[in-house]
Every structure is written in C-alpha cells, then in structure tokens.
Write a protein of this length. Structure first.
Length: 393
C-alpha cells in the first residue's frame, strides 16, 4: 500500500510522553496494560499514537520496533450480524473477524509489507488471507465458528518469523467490546496468550477497571468466572491516563487555533486574529486541569472572549455557562462511584473525608491531588461545576 491514510493533524510523538513511555515499556516486557481515564481524557489519542510506526521507533530501538506488530481495534467497526447470521457464526465471530482483518491490514502496510517481500516471507499475508480469514466466512457453521483456531494460526505465522517478533492487540473503549462479545471470547484470548506467553500482549482502554465493567455487564456468576481468566492478566498493570503535560496541552491549543483558522468564512465559529494571548492560554489550560475534552470544549468560548480569560475566576464562570462544557463535567461526575462522589461532597463542605480508599481512587484518576497531605481539586472548572450542582454528588 503506497499511500496509507492518516489523520489530518497527526499528534507529535512526544504527546503525553510519560504515559507512552510506560505503555511501551510494558509491551517490550511482554506485559499488559489497562488504561483507565475519565470520559474525553485522551485514551483514544494515546492508543492511536501507540499503533503508529513512526511513534514506535521513538520509544523502541529501531531493530526491535520492526518486530513489534501493534494492532488497534475499534469497537465501533465490529460487524453487526443478524440473528440468522449469528446462528451460523456464533456470537464471538465479529471479534475474531476484526482481530484477523486488522492484523492483516497491519502486515500489508509499511514497514512490514516491504520487509516481508524483501526477506522472502511475502507468502505470510497470502496464507493468512486465504487459509484463516476466509475460513470465517465458510458456509458450514462448524467452520465459521472456529475463529479462535484461525486467529491462533494467523498469530503463529507472524511469530514464526523469528524469536524477536511480538503481537499486541489494543482494545479501545473496552466497554463496547465486552457489551457485544460473549465472555468465552475473552477466555479464548487468555488461552492464546498462554500458548505464546511473553509474545502476545493486550492493551485496553476504559473508564472503569475491567473487573468493575465485568460485574456491571454480566449478571451471572458463571460468566464473571469465565471473564476472570482474562481480567487477571491486567493485575498490577493498571495505568490511569495522566492529564496533559504543559507541552502537550500547549500543542493541543496550537492545533485548535490552526484548525479554526482553516475554516472558510461562512463556517467561522471564532473571530479572525492572532492566537490566544499567553496568559489566556495558560489560564485555559490551568482551569481545565489539562483534561483533553474540557480543554477542547473550552477553546471556542475562550477564543471568542480572550479578555475574560485573562482572569481565571471569570474564565471559569464564563465556561460554566456553556452547555457543552457543563455536560462534559456532568459526564465526568457520573462516571464516579457513590463513595467517590461522597468524598467530593465532603471536600466542598470542608468536612473531614471519611473514606480513604475512595479518596485514593480520586487521586489515581487525577481528579484530586495531594500536596503535602492537603487535598485539592486538580480541575478547578470541575470544582466550580460541582459547587453549582451539589445535588448531583
């Protein structure tokens, strides 16, 4: 493939560098990673960076990067089958179809495709396509439902290229996968990993821990026990997505400025002119706490009235009058547990915090930060929203 489609504004390799470094170190060690973050915290941005070959070579030695096949899976692209087709294929079919098709797409793209051809392994792509992927579409139900065998064989063909080869599958928005696929699908992925231990890795992104999602989705104890074999792979490998560091936050604002400058006049949502004043930009980053979604939503109101943004208090008041920003704050709060909300209410009322575990969870999620024993809201804009909507805590 000579022209690989890419985003209009690809993120730089150093974007959220601390999180990227952690994830790549996990993958190099053959480990797993469960990325957890609030809504619009930048989880999808992170995994899209991980899957880019030009980013991988910045965190992995070039020779090693050549043998790391990292496959990004988007749950919104799962094939939705009719009841009649499901009877033919089984409920897990769409998961295996996506994993093999995306593995193929990765192998068919540079730098893998040229290397496979030049090194005499060009038949790998053809074999996976003909022998494994097309088997998923066989008219015989018994063959169509052997997805784990086809995936197992496809992965085997890649790992057989040499001892240094590794395969990683990234499940973005894991909540969507677990809602659409049976627990036996994930159990089979555990089996695949056990067969190729140290050479198969999984990365997930979600708003809550995998076990919390499992308990929410599966009411039957037997289903939760089946899921447990997959979920336990991530024990000790949970990473809460960090707020944007100063350089990444400044880059986000610059990209937003560039995007709105490109708009044709009839679509202009912000006035023409120079970029945000430095103080206004810094205040916007500060009041949103480096939260990707709040920063993005807060940009247009700030650009329309940059003078207000010169004072952080006035900026918070202005932003909270925006429906989109208010809704974004509500989504963040609704993602929290009852215990976490109670702690936030206690903080607003300046009362002693009675649940140390819930407080630590809020710190892990970067909603609260600890400064020498004193606890503060990391996102002033969210604190302002919580003060106005205390009844929702």
């Amino acid at each position: 493939m000579s022209n690989i489609p890419a985003p209009l504004q690809p993120l730089p390799y150093w974007y959220q560098k601390e999180d990227l470094t952690y994830i790549f170190n996990q993958l190099r060690a053959g480990e797993f990673c469960s990325l957890i973050g609030m809504g619009s915290a930048g989880k999808s941005n992170l995994v899209s960076l991980i899957a880019r070959d030009d980013v991988q070579v910045k965190y992995i030695p070039p020779g090693e990067a050549m043998t790391q096949v990292i496959v990004l899976l988007n749950p919104h692209l799962l094939i939705s089958l009719s009841d009649h087709a499901l009877h033919h294929t089984g409920r897990a079919w769409s998961g295996y179809e996506m994993m093999i098709s995306r593995l193929l797409r990765k192998l068919m793209s540079p730098p893998f495709s040229p290397w496979l051809i030049d090194s005499g392994h060009g038949d790998v792509i053809a074999n996976i396509t003909k022998n494994y992927y097309t088997s998923l579409f066989d008219k015989l139900p018994a063959l169509a439902q052997t997805g784990i065998r086809q995936l197992e064989s496809a992965v085997y063909d890649v790992l057989a290229l040499g001892d240094a080869w590794r395969v990683t599958f990234i499940f973005d928005e894991f909540e969507q996968f677990i809602a659409q696929l049976p627990p036996q699908f994930f159990q089979s992925l555990r089996g695949l990993r056990d067969e190729y231990k140290g050479r198969i890795s999984y990365v997930t992104t979600s708003r809550r821990t995998l076990w919390e999602i499992t308990e929410q989705v599966f009411s039957e104890e037997r289903d939760r026990l089946v899921m447990e074999s997959f979920v336990e792979l991530f024990n000790g490998s949970i990473r809460y997505v960090s707020p944007l560091d100063p350089e990444s936050a400044a880059e986000s604002v610059r990209r937003l400025e560039e995007r709105y400058r490109r708009q044709s006049p009839p679509q202009k949502t912000v006035p023409d002119g120079t970029p945000l004043p430095v103080q206004a930009r810094n205040n916007l980053i500060a009041v949103t706490g480096g939260h990707t979604g709040l920063l993005r939503r807060g940009f247009v109101p700030t650009m329309k009235n940059p003078q207000i943004a010169l004072d952080s208090g006035r900026l918070i008041s202005e932003l909270l009058n925006n429906r989109g920003i208010s809704d974004e704050c509500a989504v963040i709060i609704r993602s929290l547990s009852a215990e976490e909300k109670r702690v936030l209410r206690q903080m607003l009322d300046r009362q002693p915090v009675t649940d140390a575990e819930a407080m630590q969870s809020l710190i892990d999620k970067h909603i609260i930060y600890d400064d020498g024993g004193q606890k503060f809201w990391r996102i002033p804009l969210l604190a302002g929203w919580a003060s106005q909507h205390r009844n929702e805590l």
